[in-house]
Design a protein. Structure first.
Lengths: 184, 588
């Protein structure tokens, strides 16, 4: 934007219009108590925020702590607001924006069912090897592949399998963690 | 020391330990064990309302007039769902409430049992936090935690849902402890660098304005004292939101009146033209900002708020300060005094001159009448005749509410209780009951409209039962006035269902409840009638018949900027009809 530097931060052209939409991975550490997930997703739906991916499970059993990983989209201002709104929820210990704090490690697991015979079947198996996907169930007419990796890798694998007899897909959503020795 | 007792006993023990004197409630099957405990003690007074909604608003009025946590007790199912409006109201206006709801026994939860509803599910988005207590040994801790959460940080309502079997079960009671909450530790002390930066910016300002809100009231009486000191020390003008009225005395010369949609010309123009805005416990609500992209375009903004999510939500600010208002103002004052900055006196003089020019517009003026009572005149007289008394004012929602805010002037905090964020018709009478209970010797007046008052009129019966001499001053124009005003502005004067054809005879209605009923329709009789209302010992409904078609001005039409205000004196019907553009029409 070729605007002169404004004196104040506060004058802006139309709410949200000037900012680009970004994708962010939020890592939320919560007390694993009943209803905590409902509080988080209720906040997203109630305030009109997006959820692209969501995973949750207890990660520290003795402390009853769960980690919720949410991939969301919005303008930087909206993302900031999402973080503050999440921090208002009582059972939340902390919210980290992994995307903002450096390149986060993001992994996903998918189970992919493919059916077919002949060349297509052989081709599916060959591609699976390239993607390091494991065969976890099979018959003469189908495979179920287990594949892990970045979401983009899984997207790619699914795209290829679509041509080779894709039946259905189940994905876990993204689990993410910050790089380096510090905790996120 | 842990003591063994039943869940129901724990509820009473915890309320006692928390210093609760009054609770508002309505019994039912799922709270009978708690009511049985109430019956067997005398310390905590229970106020029986006539509908659970009334209990919540009464608890709000009690909380807002005292600064304490309000407490309500309702049964499962419909008891809980009737409480939802009051909970939402308290959430929007940041009022500390603890609402205890009964629940069907744990083994029936999820079974569609009689009077079962998913209370924690329903109230999750309208409370600050809620709990379903499934184990009696968690109950005492949760009760104490509930009081902490309700009042700590930005206050709000909480719900504790207690199944009936948990009320009967026996467990260990623990008293309130000062152990820090595991996760909820709101920041109250501000960042000193931010405060210093803010003071420097304030000292450099040529056209400053203080914009204050309900956060000042919530922070406690000390915050209001500190605000007064800082505002007087700087000599800067000050305006406030609807929620913040009374934090700064309206009788002071630096006071500009309320700002926003129905705020004064001088307050809104000062906001639009200022170069430094000091927002104190105010959240830039849409009723305040008008058109966002034209909101105070040339100013640098300082915002003090205890809730980080209130900062940069609608309007970006230059110096955000997360902290409690009182703590922050204390620091600001200390730094200001130690620096004793050189202010640009000449600039401030011309700023005040500009403000005086806006004041000269007399934006609250209205066409007086000798034949009918103008609603504005009614409030002016009510104020003149009650201002030297120890008075608390509540309102319902609509035109009368805005006129009350414009023409009743508050010099002290906690004297003004109105549903600001949610805009709940039916708030005023139960809130007045709550305020009167907390201040039995004071004059408590609900300024009402003829439509709003009918939304919780059943609470008139509560006032009689507990000898609460509240006065209900109805500005009766036979319309839902604010709805009609918007229909005139937006919908070609097609007054769709905003006229109430068969209103009750309010005098007889008062008498039916055991109140005194009064009516006045002549401006010449008004003063005497108001005096008679004040002198009457018990509760009074005052049916003040006012000009039917008066509208509330000044007004910033939806989608317009502060400097596009409509003034009542120079608005023709045509201008009213075309005041709101196509974009504004979709706004609320």
């Amino acid at each position: 934007m070729n605007m002169a530097k404004p004196v104040s931060k506060s004058h802006y052209v139309g709410p949200g219009a000037a900012q680009a939409i970004v994708s962010r991975t939020l890592s939320i550490l919560v007390d694993n108590e009943p209803g905590v997930l409902a509080r988080v997703i209720g906040l997203f739906s109630g305030r009109g925020y997006n959820i692209d991916s969501l995973t949750v499970t207890e990660t520290e059993h003795e402390k009853h702590l769960s980690r919720i990983t949410i991939v969301t989209r919005g303008t930087p201002d909206v993302i900031e607001q999402i973080k503050h709104q999440l921090e208002r929820l009582i059972p939340i210990h902390r919210v980290r924006d992994l995307t903002n704090e450096g390149v986060a490690l993001e992994r996903e697991l998918a189970l992919i069912k493919v059916s077919g015979k002949g060349d297509k079947r052989i081709e599916a198996l060959r591609i699976a090897e390239i993607f390091r996907a494991k065969v976890v169930d099979t018959s003469t007419e189908h495979f179920v592949f287990e594949v892990t990796g970045k979401p983009s890798k899984i997207e790619e694998f699914i795209a290829i399998m679509t041509e080779l007899g894709l039946v259905e897909v189940s994905r876990t959503g993204i689990a993410a963690i910050g790089r380096g020795p510090a905790s996120s | 020391m842990a003591r063994t007792m039943t869940g129901a006993e724990m509820v009473l023990a915890a309320l006692n330990d928390q210093g609760v004197e009054h609770i508002f409630g309505y019994p039912g099957g799922a709270v009978l064990p708690i009511y049985d405990e109430l019956f067997q003690q005398e310390r905590i007074k229970h106020i029986l309302v006539r509908q659970e909604g009334g209990a919540l608003h009464a608890a709000e009025g009690y909380a807002r007039s005292t600064g304490k946590v309000g407490v309500a007790l309702v049964t499962s199912g419909p008891g809980a769902t009737n409480a939802v409006t009051g909970l939402t109201d308290a959430l929007m206006d940041s009022i500390p409430l603890v609402c205890i709801t009964g629940q069907v026994p744990t083994h029936l939860i999820g079974n569609d049992a009689f009077q079962e509803c998913d209370t924690v599910g329903i109230t999750r988005p309208c409370t600050k936090h809620n709990w379903l207590v499934k184990n009696v040994n968690d109950l005492a801790r949760i009760l104490h935690e509930a009081f902490y959460i309700a009042k700590a940080g930005r206050p709000g309502p909480v719900v504790i849902d207690i199944p009936k079997d948990v009320q009967f079960a026996t467990g260990n009671y623990v008293g309130p402890s000062n152990i820090a909450h595991k996760t909820y530790k709101p920041r109250v002390k501000p960042d000193q660098n931010a405060v210093r930066e803010a003071v420097e910016l304030m000292a450099r300002a040529k056209k400053p304005v203080f914009y204050t809100g309900g956060g000042v009231i919530n922070s406690g009486p000390k915050a209001s004292q500190l605000l007064r000191e800082l505002v007087r020390l700087t000599g800067y003008p000050i305006t406030s939101t609807l929620m913040g009225l009374g934090a700064y005395p309206a009788s002071d010369k630096q006071w500009l009146g309320m700002l926003g949609m129905h705020g004064t010309y001088e307050a809104n123009f000062a906001m639009h033209d200022c170069d430094v805005m000091i927002a104190v416990g105010a959240r830039f609500d849409d009723r305040i900002t008008g058109r966002l992209d034209a909101f105070s375009p040339g100013s640098q903004k300082i915002q003090i708020d205890i809730d980080p999510s209130s900062i940069n939500k609608n309007v970006k600010v230059d110096i955000p300060i997360v902290g409690d208002v009182a703590y922050t103002l204390e620091d600001m004052l200390r730094i200001w005094k130690s620096k004793s900055p050189q202010l640009d006196k000449a600039a401030h003089k011309s700023w005040w001159k500009q403000i005086d020019g806006w004041r000269a517009k007399k934006s609250l003026s209205y066409k007086p009448s000798r034949d009918v009572i103008m609603p504005q005149y009614a409030i002016e007289r009510l104020f003149a005749l009650t201002k030297d008394r120890d008075a608390y004012i509540t309102t319902e929602v609509g035109q009368h509410q805005m006129w009350a805010a414009q023409f009743y002037h508050f010099d002290e905090p906690n004297r003004w209780m109105t549903s600001g964020g949610l805009g709940t018709m039916g708030y005023g009478l139960p809130a007045a009951i709550g305020a009167q209970l907390a201040h039995p010797k004071s004059l408590v007046i609900d300024i009402a409209g003829d439509a709003s008052i009918l939304m919780n009129i059943q609470e008139a019966s509560t006032a009689v039962q507990y000898d609460l001499p509240v006065k209900v001053f109805i500005l009766n124009n036979q319309y839902m006035g604010m709805v009609r005003q918007w229909q005139q502005l937006l919908h070609g004067n097609r007054l769709s269902h905003s006229y109430t054809e068969s209103l009750p005879d309010f005098v007889k209605l008062a008498e039916a409840y055991g109140w005194t009923g009064m009516r006045c329709d002549n401006p010449d009789d008004l003063d005497d009638a108001i005096r008679a209302m004040i002198e009457t010992k018990g509760p009074v409904i005052f049916d003040c018949r006012v000009a039917n078609l008066a509208n509330c001005f000044p007004m910033i039409p939806s989608g317009k900027a502060h400097n596009e205000m409509l003034l009542g004196s120079d608005v023709s019907d045509d201008e009213v009809g075309s005041a709101i553009g196509e974009e504004g029409k979709v706004l609320v």
